[in-house]
Design a protein around this ligand. Structure first.
Ligand code: HEM
Length: 402
């Protein structure tokens, strides 16, 4: 618990953080990478350039300060960070390094305003948060039976084109052993050497197959002309069947809980956000054949509709499943109602009520504006907030804390 002496300094620095958070974080990264260039292998370097990670860390620091007396609000944030850190192989010894450069950056940007008392308060607050994260991360590494930063070699046993931009990679253990189980909705980090940066980079991909299928499957979207697609494009262009990938254990807390198998399930996704939903869909259909599942999906058109054939097959075989598709700009050969039911962005107001039951468990995944729109539409329909879970790809901005 934060000491009484530090408390007013942290409380008073919230507005200062609001003003300088991103500048402090940018300065922090410059210092960190100058002193420890090898850490560039762990961080998403294109995100550094776009400023997305600056945002994520700035919001985490701010969220911590704003919620210092509210552990319940902080818990979901901690859980998300722990899962992400474990997939990245973050070690306990990284924390003092990050702490030092963060405090140095606060001191540099705030200048005279960074009094010894303020810096001591932040050192204490950072230390408390770091201790919590280290302890939780240690537990998770132990649960997975891996050392921090230990990756597993998996072989690409099948590479399958799923749409104009998405391909699936089916993975099996390099040594022929069985891969550990995962929870539907979880992701793995994939480590790839990026020659043009002279770095190894890690990226997270949701597992898109059924948990008991005997393989892990990731479905990767090519991001043409975008630095954000650096690793995804390498996977598309340079990794073929028979090649080996190095991957983390399955992580992430956006999961379909095995004990919630009675209430209807509604999975709403857009674009490549379909991937964790596919895993949840397979899992639900297999493990609770009585449970109704409604699968709502938004994409550009039929050529950008990954895993469509697999979905159509499931729909034919499982009477408890219903599907609803919106194409933003349908192509001439996309047909209503066989291929899609709504034109334009997905509008839940126009979706039949039967597909959106009040008592359902809702899972959302897709670009942030898409999820905001669907979440607001669900709340407007009277769906209680506690029944809605969402996954953000990329650094989350912790909107619910701000
Ligand atoms: C108290 C200390 C820390 C806090 C509050 C913190 C917070 C965060 C947050 C909020 C995210 C984004 C999670 C998401 O929404 O996906 C994140 C990601 C990340 N963190 Fe930490 N973190 C801390 C310590 C560390 C340390 C010690 C390292 C190791 C050098 C580290 C490395 C990373 C990396 C590599 C990412 C992924 C983002 C990227 O690839 O650029 N963090 N952290």
């Amino acid at each position: 618990m934060l000491s009484a002496a530090s408390r007013p300094y942290i409380a008073a620095s919230v507005p200062v953080l609001r003003e300088h958070g991103v500048t402090i974080t940018r300065c922090f990264y410059q210092r960190l990478f100058a002193a420890h260039p090898q850490l560039k292998n762990i961080f998403n370097m294109p995100n550094q350039e776009s400023g997305a990670q600056q945002q994520a860390l700035a919001s985490a620091i701010f969220a911590y300060a704003a919620n210092i007396d509210n552990p319940a609000a902080l818990a979901p944030v901690i859980s998300r960070i722990v899962q992400k850190h474990v997939s990245l192989g973050i070690r306990a010894e990284h924390y003092p390094i990050v702490g030092k450069h963060l405090l140095d950056a606060i001191a540099e940007i705030l200048g005279a305003a960074a009094t010894p008392e303020l810096l001591a308060a932040w050192a204490e607050a950072y230390g408390l948060l770091a201790d919590t994260l280290i302890a939780e991360e240690r537990k998770l590494y132990q649960a997975h039976g891996v050392e921090p930063g230990e990756y597993r070699a998996v072989r690409i046993v099948r590479k399958q084109k799923e749409s104009d931009t998405v391909s699936s990679f089916y993975l099996q253990a390099g040594d022929g052993a069985e891969l550990p189980p995962f929870q539907p909705g979880q992701y793995i980090s994939v480590a790839v050497n990026v020659a043009e940066l002279s770095l190894r980079q890690l990226r997270q991909y949701s597992l898109s197959g059924a948990p008991d299928s005997g393989y892990w499957r990731i479905s990767v979207k090519r991001e043409e002309g975008s630095p954000a697609g650096l690793v995804s494009n390498l996977l598309h262009d340079q990794f073929q069947e028979g090649d080996v990938l190095w991957v983390s254990p399955p992580c992430g807390d956006f999961v379909l809980a095995p004990d919630d198998m009675d209430t209807p399930l509604v999975l709403i996704s857009a674009g490549v956000g379909v991937t964790p939903m596919m895993s949840m869909l397979h899992s639900s259909l297999q493990l609770s054949p009585q449970r109704p599942v409604n699968f709502l999906y938004a994409t550009l058109d039929g050529r950008h509709h990954p895993l469509k054939r697999e979905l159509d097959g499931l729909l034919m075989r499982h009477s408890q499943m219903q599907s609803y598709v919106a194409y933003e700009r349908p192509a001439a050969n996309d047909c209503v109602p066989q291929d899609y039911q709504q034109q334009g962005y997905l509008q839940l107001a126009a979706v039949p009520d039967a597909l959106l039951p009040q008592n359902a468990a809702y899972f959302l995944c897709g670009p942030a504006p898409f999820m905001r729109a669907q979440r607001n539409a669900l709340l407007a329909r009277g769906v209680p907030e506690r029944q809605i879970q969402q996954e953000v790809f990329g650094p989350s901005l912790l909107e619910h804390l701000q």
